[in-house]
Design a protein around this ligand. Structure first.
Ligand code: GLY
Ligand code: MN
Ligand code: MN
Length: 441
């Protein structure tokens, strides 16, 4: 049994049972499915890679603390749809005390639930399983002659699992380093390859090809490859426009490697040379990003870091001549929001927007301080809408974001994605060396 599962067991304690389902395959259209992606919390606790499984965790059981319900071996299904580990594999390689075919789950439900005080289960994710559990609870509730006493308290386990996932172990950090490195190299490849006339989808293709060649399962989220004013659309994913001389390109792309995500944004000139207005905006975003990385360390709260990004970008907007007035008033009246409308970062781990609470107190919304083992992105940006009459014409249509993944350590922090430069002079040097190389060849 893996450590994560043991820790989860001690968190839920005696007299409790947890039911944690795997993900299901999702139909893309007709009889074709999207590529399967395991539920990250199920993956975290069990490591079991197949769809439709259910883990039952019962710390007070003597013999069966950990049961896996799995798809059974089936030669016909395996010929058509791929190998299955079956109950044999679940026992042999995943440390289950007991493995049963998933079809047996319903008939076992009374034995799973009865006699426990608490059930850890998240309603609202798996409709079919919700129904099975609700039906059973309801049946026992309304039965005159009770055959058993199911749990009276139902708790969402995602709070416990989220807290566990938030604090990464050294092994997890190693995997995240690799996810960061692969994505960083893909960004370097893009810097070396982009030129006017290329299409956004070609950049997407070469980056994703590289990530997979390096052993990534794929991208951690749909890549954002935005040339020109497409960079001002935060989640632009069409990626189908030609890249123009004189424009910037914003690339937000990360890799999924052995269950862990990376999330990197770089913005650079399509022709390899920043214009003065582009460089002026870039410098403001870069200075803000560096300052926000600096404070991503033990003790700083999420709100303090967000406030710092707002203050520095507001100052920067004043310096650029976009905003006028007292910084405090501009912040109070949220004047920056038209140009900086998102958070400065988020937790990252198995999910790109990872599990874990952002408040120490959900009701009071007290902002949480960073602690060693947390991994967060730092991604300030400025986006000038192409038709914005309030900003100088020279900035319209410019969108710049710079993003890295930072792990909080005991003594400070570590950047997992710094293999790809964000220094504007170095970017220009990389891009011009590419030109002179191709000119020679
Ligand atoms: N790539 C999604 C994000 O930066 O949050
Ligand atoms: Mn991103
Ligand atoms: Mn991000």
């Amino acid at each position: 049994m893996r450590k994560q599962l043991k820790d989860f067991m001690s968190e839920i304690g005696e007299n409790a049972v947890a039911i944690i389902p795997a993900a299901h395959e999702v139909t893309r259209s007709y009889d074709t499915e999207f590529k399967f992606h395991q539920d990250p919390s199920f993956n975290y606790l069990t490591g079991f890679p197949e769809p439709d499984a259910i883990a039952v965790i019962d710390p007070s059981s003597k013999k069966n603390k950990y049961t896996l319900f799995v798809r059974p071996r089936d030669p016909l299904m395996e010929t058509w749809y791929g190998r299955r580990l079956g109950t044999e594999g679940a026992l042999k390689n995943f440390g289950a005390d007991r493995a049963l075919p998933v079809e047996k789950f319903e008939s076992e439900l009374n034995k799973i639930l009865d006699g426990h005080e608490k059930l850890y289960y998240r309603f609202g994710v798996d409709g079919k399983l919700d129904q099975l559990i609700l039906n059973y609870l309801s049946k026992q509730h309304f039965r005159r002659l009770k055959t058993g006493y199911p749990p009276h308290t139902i708790i969402d386990p995602s709070v416990i699992i989220g807290e566990m996932r938030l604090h990464k172990t050294d092994e997890e950090i190693e995997l995240m380093k690799k996810a960061g490195e692969i994505a960083a190299e893909a960004h370097i490849l893009a810097m070396r390859s982009v030129k006017p006339g290329m299409n956004e989808y070609q950049v997407e293709a070469l980056m994703e090809n590289y990530m997979k060649q390096q052993g990534a399962a794929g991208v951690a989220y749909n890549s954002i490859i935005g040339g020109g004013d497409n960079a001002t659309i935060l989640h632009y994913v069409e990626n189908n426009m030609p890249l123009k001389d004189g424009d910037l390109i914003l690339i937000d792309a990360g890799a999924q490697y052995q269950g862990y995500a990376s999330d990197i944004t770089r913005t650079f000139p399509v022709n390899g040379k920043f214009t003065k207005p582009q460089r002026d905006v870039y410098d403001v975003v870069l200075e803000t990003q560096l300052a926000c990385i600096e404070v991503t360390k033990t003790g700083t709260t999420i709100k303090q870091r967000q406030d710092l990004s707002i203050e520095l970008l507001t100052e920067g907007l004043k310096k650029l001549g976009v905003l006028k007035g007292k910084t405090a008033d501009l912040i109070k009246n949220k004047k920056y929001e038209k140009y900086y409308m998102h958070g400065v970062g988020h937790y990252i781990g198995m999910d790109v927007h990872d599990a874990g609470r952002y408040f120490t107190d959900q009701a009071a919304k007290n902002s949480r301080p960073f602690a060693p083992g947390m991994v967060l992105t730092v991604e300030p940006g400025l986006y000038f809408p192409p038709d914005d009459k309030d900003c100088p014409a020279k900035f319209r249509g410019i969108g710049i974001r710079i993003e890295d993944d930072i792990v909080v350590t005991e003594t400070g922090n570590l950047n997992l994605t710094d293999k790809v430069t964000k220094d504007p002079d170095e970017i220009e040097a990389i891009m011009s060396s590419k030109k002179s190389k191709s000119a020679k060849s």
